[in-house]
Design a protein around this ligand. Structure first.
Ligand code: OXD
Ligand code: MN
Length: 596
């Protein structure tokens, strides 16, 4: 240990865990460059990491082919009372789940090193921040946590003798001896993977997967599942949202927090390069926002993370130049393809397809090959500080004041490009009924429509009906200082299956309309589903677009929305009496507006 640990609760937990998991060694992480480099050197030696000749200080990893995404079916919210986890979460009683896991964790680190990873979500000096300690037997996890969080010695100093921390225990599982040269990290088979959360104890136990969302426990597990539970108790919000600062040509700033399901373009929007002249965007975060009412009554937000864990396929200099520049150096890549000259490659990176690659499974690949060279959920891990459009205020311990909430999803039909909520309650209804076609970010079928309220279905650490009520409660606290709420759909298609909207930098056209609505400058048309820009309200300068094409993307089809009402009714039914009356009321009002 390169530092003194005075915190007896931490020392005891580490001691007890070591006695139980029986690692060969214990390594207390200090978060230094030397530590990172030496772990990478070790993993390079064992064949697990491939240093990239073309990107300084960057490495490629490949997972086991079965360990490529979050496993929602194996993710549990273990509250003593099943109803407190609610119908959208998997539940096993804490005693039973712990008994199963006690058995699995027993001796699971034999032959391996146990890493103690102290980390802070949020800047150490922020009133928002939470200290966690993850114990893991994966050096890949250590290196990723170093990028994704503030990790190491400073956290231990901050914790001191008496400070409290959220414990998280992780093992890749498997009997496989990782000291043997292995090109992939080991993992357990699907039925023995458990991503277990005990919200009342603020504790996480994750077994059997080395993949990001299942293993980097500061991210989804602590900052969303556990934090959302704590946030409700303490009166703040933990949301699956990017944070973006937009400055208009007159120099007025708008702060936007936006929730989209996984792999629906949050990172692209967080790093948007507006195509509209004079508009400037700065990134503050691409995945998670913690928000509290400030002394001024407004809602203030921080991004608790220190890095990006983004989806690589589809990222290119055309779609997200800032992300491409973010990963030029000091990055970790997972399940991307490898070029012969030592660079990474993925579908949608643009440019010509190389004649030969090593695919994400480690096999030779040529363009005739029908399989994808990179896994569709291949990822990059990179520090926020590598991002060329990072806001200078990204670490402000007070956060930034949020003006606008945006919800959205991937919908080929029905949902127009942008809709403004009528009021807070209607905005909460929009968030609660958000729906999206599923992506490769989680295991399971891709392209199925599912309701994903507030993009929190996989991440809400308690009963979703109570979470809806929490949104109403926050609105009551914020009153007329509450952010305005919008719903967007960049993904609408024509009947022949063509995208109707160019997306990416041109999404700034929609953001401009939203900002001008806040300033009272832009007009809108009231429709049964909310306020929509008319064709002339959207700034389409510089785009060769017909009136009809803009109309098509803004169209509200009342008949299709009547079907939506039926589907929302079905979706709400699962929450029974726990569903807030204010949501039922909103559904009724929508039905009435559609029928008149
Ligand atoms: C993520 C996800 O990794 O949502 O951010 O899956
Ligand atoms: Mn996410």
């Amino acid at each position: 240990m390169s530092y003194e640990v005075e915190n007896s609760a931490l020392l005891k937990w580490v001691h007890d865990t070591a006695a139980w998991c029986t690692p060969d060694d214990i390594h207390w992480c200090d978060g230094s460059d030397e530590e990172y480099d030496s772990l990478m050197a070790h993993m390079t030696e064992s064949g697990m990491a491939t240093p990239l000749q073309k990107r300084p200080h960057s490495y490629l990893f490949r997972s086991d082919p079965s360990d490529v995404a979050r496993v929602e079916a194996r993710t549990f919210i273990s509250t003593p009372n099943k109803d407190d986890a609610g119908p959208t979460n998997n539940w096993i009683a804490p005693d039973q789940l712990k008994a199963t896991l006690r058995h699995l964790f027993h001796g699971c680190m034999r032959g391996r090193t146990m890493y103690v990873i102290p980390y802070s979500m949020g800047p150490l000096d922020s009133p928002f921040s939470i200290i966690g300690v993850e114990i893991s037997d994966s050096p890949y996890v250590v290196c990723n946590m170093r990028i994704m969080t503030r990790m190491g010695k400073d956290v231990i100093e901050h914790l001191g003798a008496e400070g409290t921390f959220y414990p998280a225990l992780h093992s890749v599982g498997s009997e496989q001896d990782v000291s043997l040269a292995s090109p992939m990290w080991p993992c357990a088979d699907t039925d023995h993977k458990y991503i277990a959360h005990f919200p009342e104890e603020r504790t996480i136990w994750s077994y059997g997967s080395g993949y990001g969302g299942n293993a980097l426990l500061g991210k989804k597990s602590l900052s969303l599942r556990i934090a959302s539970y704590v946030a409700r108790q303490e009166g703040w919000m933990a949301e699956h949202m990017l944070i973006l600062r937009l400055t208009n040509p007159q120099g007025r700033r708008f702060h936007i927090a936006a929730a989209f399901p996984s792999a629906c373009g949050k990172t692209n929007l967080a790093m948007i390069e507006p195509t509209l002249p004079g508009w400037k965007a700065e990134c503050l975060g691409d995945d998670i926002a913690w928000m509290m009412a400030g002394k001024d009554g407004r809602l203030w937000a921080i991004n608790p993370e220190a890095g990006f864990f983004g989806v690589a396929p589809g990222t290119s200099y055309a779609t997200n130049p800032a992300a491409m520049d973010t990963v030029r150096r000091n990055a970790i890549f997972t399940n991307c393809a490898l070029t012969d000259d030592g660079d990474v490659w993925w579908e949608g990176i643009n440019g010509s397809t190389p004649g030969h690659l090593i695919d994400w499974k480690g096999h030779d690949w040529t363009p005739e090959n029908k399989d994808l060279a990179a896994h569709p959920n291949a990822r990059f891990t990179a520090a926020m500080t590598e991002c060329p459009v990072l806001s200078p205020d990204w670490e402000d311990p007070a956060g930034v004041p949020i003006d606008i909430f945006i919800f959205g999803g991937r919908r080929a039909g029905v949902v127009p490009l942008v809709t403004e909520s009528i009021d807070w309650d209607h905005g909460v209804f929009m968030g609660a009924t958000a729906a999206s076609e599923t992506t490769a970010a989680a295991t399971g079928a891709v392209g199925n429509l599912r309701r994903d309220p507030f993009a929190m279905t996989p991440f809400c650490g308690y009963n979703m009906a109570d979470y809806f009520q929490h949104w109403f409660d926050m609105g009551d606290v914020l009153g007329d200082k509450a952010p305005r709420i919008y719903y967007v759909n960049w993904f609408r298609k024509s009947s022949s299956g063509k995208w109707l909207w160019p997306g990416y930098g041109d999404n700034s056209r929609v953001l401009k309309w939203i900002c001008e609505r806040l300033e009272g400058k832009a007009s809108a048309v009231a429709t049964p589903i909310g306020n929509i820009p008319s064709v002339n309200d959207l700034d389409m300068d510089g785009l060769d677009w017909s009136h009809e094409a803009v109309e098509a993307i803004l169209r509200v089809d009342a008949e299709a929305w009547k079907q939506e009402v039926l589907s929302i009714e079905q979706f709400f039914a699962q929450f029974g009496d726990r569903l807030p009356a204010r949501l039922r009321d909103q559904l009724l009002k929508l039905a009435q507006r559609l029928n008149t």
